[in-house]
Design a protein around this ligand. Structure first.
Ligand SMILES: Nc1ncnc2c1ncn2[C@@H]1O[C@H](COP(=O)(O)OP(=O)(O)OP(=O)(O)O)[C@@H](O)[C@H]1O
Ligand SMILES: [Mg+2]
Length: 237
């Protein structure tokens, strides 16, 4: 498998404060990669850098194309979808309106309707609630809507920021099962940022551990989850 995303020497800044200190990452096309780390480690900042939402130096290449000169909108056109921390669905709109909005940059109206049906197949709960305002959904349903909306772009790469946050363990399991299916069947490469290391390592094939803006560990997910020292020192379980 070739690498779909390459990050080299990434340094990111909030004003004068440096949050990332030279991150290197490679995502294999078709893989699920997890970026693990504690509060404030720099996980969200890494995703924001990839999406060009923050000032950074270094190289970020998607499919060989340098991303640093591109707007967030262009990234969407290239096929990068971002499900931000806190989900960001439009609470006053219905489930279905949110899904349609996810496809707004596309101009193939017929295919959009078909894709909405595919999302309902992945997420039957969303179908039941298609006419309900997003703000009235449960936390798990809102997370599923955020993922489904991102998939409406037909992305090649989906970046997820702590999708398990605030969800009951069974709901997380359900959601991660769907992510695995989407990765397998729709060939979407996935990068998932998580504090919930145990579950993320089950889903992922590759893993990175970040601590105070630096990668301190990387390798096959199975190797990292089997290493008790790493688990205890970095992952807290
Ligand atoms: N808007 C901001 N302004 C200034 N500093 C920020 C801002 N956002 C994040 N930081 C700082 O950057 C560092 C990395 O934060 P980041 O949000 O990337 O961490 P994280 O790994 O996503 O944590 P969490 O698991 O809590 O979401 C932290 O020290 C944080 O305080
Ligand atoms: Mg974060």
């Amino acid at each position: 498998m070739s690498d779909i995303l390459e990050v080299r020497e990434l340094r990111a800044y909030y004003g004068q404060v440096q949050a990332l200190h030279g991150i290197d990452l490679s995502l294999r096309e078709g893989s699920v990669t997890t970026l693990l780390g504690a509060n404030g480690a720099g996980k969200t900042t890494t995703l924001r850098s990839i999406c060009n939402m923050i000032r950074f130096t270094g190289a970020i290449r998607f499919d060989g194309i340098e991303l640093s000169t591109r707007s967030t909108e262009k990234l969407v056109r290239l096929g990068i979808a971002h499900v931000p921390q806190g989900r960001g669905t439009f609470t006053r709109m219905t489930v279905e309106e949110n899904l349609r909005l996810g496809a707004i940059s596309r101009n193939d109206e017929r295919a959009v309707t078909g894709d909405i049906d595919r999302m309902y197949a992945h997420f039957p709960k969303l179908k039941e609630r298609r006419s309900q305002q997003a703000g009235t959904l449960s936390g798990g349903e809102q997370q599923m809507l955020a993922v489904a909306r991102a998939l409406m772009l037909r992305p090649r790469l989906m970046l997820l920021d702590e999708p398990s946050f605030g969800l009951a363990p069974l709901i997380v399991r359900d959601l991660f099962g769907i992510l695995a299916k989407i990765n397998r069947e729709d060939k979407v490469t996935i990068m998932v940022v998580e504090q919930n290391a145990e579950l993320a390592l089950e889903l992922a094939s590759d893993a990175y551990v970040i601590e105070t803006g630096r990668i301190v560990m990387s390798g096959p997910a199975a190797e990292i989850s089997n290493n008790e020292d790493i688990r205890k020192s970095y992952l807290g379980y």
